[in-house]
Design a protein around this ligand. Sequence first.
Ligand code: NDP
Length: 292
Amino acid sequence: MTARIIDGKAFAAALRQRIKTRVTDLKARTGETPGLAVVLVGEDPASQVYVRNKGQQTREVGMNSFEHRLPAETLEAELLALIAKLNDDPAVHGILVQLPLPRHMDEQKVIAAIDPKKDVDGFHVVNAGLLATGGQGLVPCTPWGCLMLLKDTLGDLTGLKAVVVGRSNIVGKPMAQLLVRESCTVTIAHSKTRDLAAECRQADILVAAVGRPEMIRGDWIKPGATVIDVGINRIPAEDGKTRLVGDVCFTEARQVAGAITPVPGGVGPMTIACLLDNTLTAADRIIAAAKY
Ligand code: NDP
């Protein structure tokens, strides 16, 4: 069997198109434009690229993009003061603080300062709690994108056995919560799991969010399973340059799986598209709440 390739790039492009239409509609109905504020502290090159891409895609769907670039030596109190200002700004419906922050800042304290209604990364404990208890919060973008790809590939997920490898607060745990919400039977595996390969072999849905290049081999995969590879790992290439690979050995896995996301071009493009989706959801809710 050769797996169907799940084209996250095409799915994300179609999602952005739908968001653009909804933004146009929201503007026509309310006269308001959704706005996303992105805060970058320091000069981390990867973060600068992410922030630039986020700003560009935000504008492309017709939303306002507000970028705040602060020097690495910014005091935590100054960042908290900026967040307080953005919380109160009616033109801002989503706030994203690009992580990682410089080491002298407490990330949890900074995330906790964001108004949960504007927390478009979905990392605030209020949003984590709402996800865990079945409430209507904002869901972390990467697992939200993975779920969209899964539903597009498989339709109804009810009763399927899912294994999520990785238990981070930004990917693994919220992914597992989302799959439970879809009535899957979910196992969360991590670095202390005994016989990880045997756990993975049980999975109809296997989500890998580990950060270890090609760790999951073809013979760990149940024939016909759907594999979502969240990992983004840069490894040396034969030509002396580097290349990106996932946490799953793609060449082996595609011989066994029913469907699989490639790296790059799978989950990666979904993350910013879901950030825009969350910003629009936040704007919808904030604008509606202000009217009644
Ligand atoms: P973290 O480092 O926060 O978490 C990694 C998880 O993997 C931990 O729970 C860890 O277990 C587990 N793990 C590590 N080694 C093993 C092992 N040998 N066997 C089993 N489990 C293991 O990473 P993130 O969740 O933030 O990210 C995971 C990957 O996804 C990374 O490659 C990252 O680059 C990528 N990523 C991609 C995004 C995208 O847009 N596509 C967005 C976010 C992340 P333990 O808890 O026991 O230490």
